[in-house]
Design a protein around this ligand. Structure first.
Ligand code: NAG
Ligand code: NAG
Ligand code: NAG
Length: 189
């Protein structure tokens, strides 16, 4: 069973100040909330641009973003910490009129990923929910010390076939656009 622990990496604020700050930010027009959750059974390290968070299984971080914001979010399991290749990425780009988001496999695959907009009926989920590690050709496999496949380098043909909604190379036209979402749920699993 998951414990829904909220990890807030905003330093040295009292809880009350934090709640007040979040309240003010959320009520400011166009501010958005991005929840990033670890749906894996093991801990993961989540990178939001240059900031790293450790999330135990079931934990999430809550990011409150300004109206104009963009970030690449990726995650690795602890045995893949040093790995520079084979990472599934969530790409999010918000401005005051529209949000763009996608699951990118351009830098490879390591974890399944879903980006779900909330607060809007007309917006699509971006996703790659098949474990591509099982189908990774040998020469693209990234192995850990035990010889287990923990990542797969970019393989556009296989990846576009198995995860047709993901971006696999520059000719993929799979960016989602949404104008009404108030929050996003980003799940690595
Ligand atoms: C938001 O971004 C879209 C393209 O992604 C652009 O067409 C639009 O003009 C931008 N709006 C603002 C207010 O910057
Ligand atoms: C979606 O937004 C509504 C309204 O703010 C909120 O009550 C609900 O918890 C959100 N759901 C998720 C999955 O974030
Ligand atoms: C992108 O990948 C698709 C699917 O494998 C392929 O058909 C297409 O030629 C690729 N495009 C480029 C520019 O590499």
């Amino acid at each position: 069973m998951y414990t829904e622990t909220i990890v807030l990496k905003i330093t040295k604020m009292s809880n009350l100040k934090l709640i007040l700050t979040l309240g003010v930010l959320i009520s400011a027009s166009n501010a958005k909330v991005v929840n990033v959750k670890n749906g894996c059974s093991t801990p993961i390290l989540v990178n939001v641009e240059d900031t790293q968070y450790t999330l135990l299984s079931g934990e999430k971080i809550i990011l409150t973003t300004p109206p104009e914001w963009s970030a690449t979010i990726s995650a690795v399991t602890l045995d893949n910490q040093e790995q520079q290749v084979g990472k599934t990425e969530a790409k999010l780009s918000f401005n005051t009129t529209q949000d763009r988001y996608s699951v990118s496999l351009v830098n490879g695959f390591n974890l399944r990923l879903k980006i779900v907009p909330n607060g809007s009926s007309g917006c699509n989920t971006a996703l790659c929910t098949f474990d591509l590690l099982h189908l990774c050709p040998k020469n693209s496999q990234v192995l850990n010390n035990l010889g287990q496949v923990i990542g797969c380098e970019n393989e556009p043909e296989i990846m576009s076939y198995i995860c047709p909604l993901a971006i696999v190379n520059q000719s993929s036209d799979n960016e989602q656009i949404c104008t009404e979402a108030i929050s996003y749920f980003v799940l690595f699993f």
